[in-house]
Design a protein around this ligand. Structure first.
Ligand SMILES: *Cc1c(COP(=O)(O)O)cnc(C)c1O
Length: 343
């Protein structure tokens, strides 16, 4: 079978040899009973890297975000989200389904919410309106093409949150990409947030898993919520062992993904039909809008696939993501395919 150059997502990354060995050798126990030493090690490591008291290993980023919204809110409350955010658009509406709160989507500048706009939308409880209780941020911002939300935005939003007694949750699925791109330690972003979720299973290449970090008491409560949602896992040290490698060995290499995304963006941005500013490609995600006299997005994706290149259609555009399992040759192959199809 021909090997595809798979740019659909960084979730397609396979575990490394070292991870497979670590899974084989992992010490395990029943984690629901608090007996898995490898999970405990991962949770301590994740908390310390984020500068928080405690962490919880969860099966997916979506479950981490679901738990976060639930732990910070009650019914009849409202949550401020960015309008293109993953938590609002791509997590099957858990805000209404699980937490029974109303999302209040606000527009942003490439994922960075305006603190003054947030201030205008904070609602105090009345007989007519829900109380605003939580602000959700996302960094890097997936649907804004992996844009990095500046640290100043976090600082200013924290001030607004403090003024009104709101909590701040960060969907940091790719917070390590933001950190590597801008040279800001992840702790710095986390400092302005009450909780952070981040994924081990994307660019960090673990097969499964995400982390939720916060203060100890909140994580104790989050552990109960995880169980209630069916996310209590037993000898899950086999997966936590991979997570430890993600955090200790797989962070620095994210910069290679950023270089490759930039190179690919620069090579294709001026081809017919593509609208893309390569300067806006800051991390490992490229989203371009496509309007071509002969080809629809669907046809473009089909022709790319014929040439061995996989990409994903998103919101009237095309998404390409670089990661551990696409190298310079894959990038060259993609560039050549785009040129042959569009030039
Ligand atoms: C992937 C992703 C998630 C959720 O991760 P899953 O593990 O797929 O549930 C959350 N937020 C963002 C921004 C993501 O890209």
């Amino acid at each position: 079978m021909e090997k595809f150059s798979d740019f659909r997502s960084d979730t397609v990354t396979r575990p490394t040899e070292e991870m497979r060995r670590a899974m084989f050798e992992a010490q395990v126990g029943d984690d629901v009973l608090g007996d898995d030493p490898t999970v405990q090690k991962l949770e301590e490591l994740a908390a310390s890297i984020m500068g928080k008291e405690a962490a919880l290993f969860v099966p997916s980023g979506t479950m981490g975000n679901s738990i976060a919204v639930k732990m910070w809110t009650r019914e009849l409350e409202e949550v401020i989200v960015e309008e293109k955010s993953h938590i609002y658009n791509m997590e099957s509406t858990h805000m209404t389904f699980i937490s029974r709160v109303t999302p209040r989507p606000l527009p942003s500048k490439r994922g960075a919410l305006d603190p003054e706009l947030i201030r205008k939308h904070v609602r105090l409880p009345s007989v007519h309106t829900p109380r605003t209780s939580l602000i959700c941020l996302e960094n890097t911002h997936n649907n804004w093409g992996g844009a990095v939300v500046p640290l100043e935005t976090f600082q200013e939003i924290r001030k607004v949150a403090n003024e009104y007694g709101l909590k701040v949750h960060l969907d940091g699925a790719r917070i390590f990409n933001a950190s590597i791109a801008f040279g800001v330690p992840v702790k710095e972003y986390a400092k302005y947030c009450d909780s952070v979720m981040f994924c081990l299973s994307k660019g960090l290449s673990s097969p499964v898993g995400s982390m939720l970090v916060s203060d100890r008491q909140t994580i104790d409560y989050a552990r109960r919520l995880r169980k209630a949602l069916g996310g209590g896992m037993r000898q899950v040290g086999v997966l936590a062992a991979c997570g430890i490698i993600s955090l200790t060995k797989m962070v620095d290499r994210l910069k290679d993904d950023h270089v490759r995304a930039k190179k690919l963006a620069e090579a294709i941005h001026d081809l017919p039909g593509i609208s893309l500013n390569p300067e806006e490609v800051e991390t490992n995600i490229i989203i371009f809008y496509f309007n071509h006299p002969r080809l629809t997005i669907h046809e473009l994706l089909g022709k790319l696939k014929e040439k061995g290149v996989l990409a994903l259609g998103v919101f009237g555009g095309v998404r390409l993501v670089t990661h551990k399992d696409v190298d310079d040759e894959d990038v060259e192959r993609a560039i050549k395919a785009f040129r042959e199809i569009l030039a």
